[in-house]
Ligand binder design. Structure first.
Ligand code: BDR
Ligand code: CA
Length: 332
């Protein structure tokens, strides 16, 4: 069905309902080999994020190393986790959890990324869908990381679409803006999948219910429970989502870009992040690099980011549907 190159991926995440959706897409897609899950604070505390990553993978019967990463931003006070969006447990307040007995990999998330990149130079892609502290720390541990990784895909930021935590800021970048600016200026092959495209793609609750109905499995039941909670938030906020309950396809779109980049229209340029003031967390793309801006920080020698500006929403949703309805789950 799907012809794409093989991708060895470290998934850097703060699960989080849409993170869970993305995780299951990655596990189900035949061209993605998940070699590790690194967690960060964001939608929940980092302890909860790590526990959710362990739980979600255990439900699928897969063995994937999970690490715990940064717990707070390094240069500012943390924002409170948005329990009204993802639930206090990050998964829509699950009624109960079966014990899995799974243990964390003892390394920090940053150390894990560095170790994997050094062991398999040029082979590993990082798909980062939470605040970017782990990647920033990994860069400090190993300055050659941009040469050692194959590429980095970030769900975060926005250029033209309004922000979702301030008029100009997207949540992942706003949670750790200093780290994000380090990541956007590091010099790796970097693609930003931000609200400009994620707000164009909706996953309906009906589709997730269809997936759960099809598999009759604890993993997809848990996903449906989480998405039911998450969809209530979006339904209360956006009239077009209220008409057909569901949510935006934020984090999964980073994986959809990885496997089907032809569904996206890109612009390239220097991206910088505002690290203080009213615009905290704003991602600014220099779309006019023929102008020699006088401010420090817009110089000629900064690395560029590919920014997703348009997406084929219908084909993205169809891909999500096909992949999640495929035969990817082991029977319990
Ligand atoms: C991003 O913020 C988080 O709440 C979601 O998981 C997603 O990564 C969307 O702005
Ligand atoms: Ca996320």
């Amino acid at each position: 069905m799907i012809q794409t190159p093989h991708h060895k991926v470290i998934f850097d995440t703060d699960p989080g309902v849409d993170d869970a959706m993305a995780l299951y897409f990655a596990l189900a897609h035949p061209a993605i080999e998940l070699v590790g899950i690194t967690t960060t604070f964001g939608n929940v505390t980092v302890q909860q994020a790590a526990s959710n990553a362990l739980y979600l993978t255990a439900l699928t019967g897969r063995q994937i190393p999970v690490t715990q990463g940064v717990a707070v931003p390094r240069h500012m006070a943390p924002h409170a986790p948005p329990d009204f969006i993802h639930g206090a447990d990050g998964l829509g307040n699950l009624d109960s959890r079966v014990a899995t007995g799974k243990q964390l990999d003892p390394r920090s998330s940053a150390q894990f990324i560095v170790d994997m990149a050094r062991a398999q130079p040029g082979e590993i892609t990082v798909v980062a869908v939470g605040p970017l502290g782990n990647l920033a720390l990994a860069l400090e541990l190993e300055p050659r990381l941009p040469q050692l990784l194959r590429e980095v895909v970030v769900m975060g930021g926005t250029i033209i679409e309004p922000g979702n935590v301030s008029p100009v800021a997207e949540a992942n970048i706003w949670n750790e803006p200093h780290a994000a600016d380090q990541v956007f200026t590091a010099g790796w092959k970097l693609t930003m999948v931000g609200l400009d495209v994620t707000h164009q793609v909706r996953v309906t609750l009906a589709l997730v219910a269809q997936i759960a109905e099809h598999h009759q499995h604890a993993a997809t039941d848990a996903l449906l429970h989480a998405v039911e909670f998450y969809a209530k938030f979006y339904t209360g906020l956006y009239a077009h989502i209220a008409q057909e309950p569901g949510c935006f396809a934020h984090d999964v779109l980073a994986f959809i870009y990885l496997v089907q980049p032809e569904l996206f229209t890109l612009e390239s340029g220097v991206v910088r992040v505002a690290t203080d003031g009213l615009a905290l967390g704003q991602t600014m793309l220099n779309r006019r690099d023929f102008i020699d801006y006088p401010q420090t920080g817009w110089g000629q020698n900064l690395p560029v980011t590919q920014v997703c500006m348009q997406v084929d929403a219908a084909r993205s949703v169809r891909l999500f549907q096909d992949v999640l309805l495929s035969d990817w789950l082991q029977t319990a």
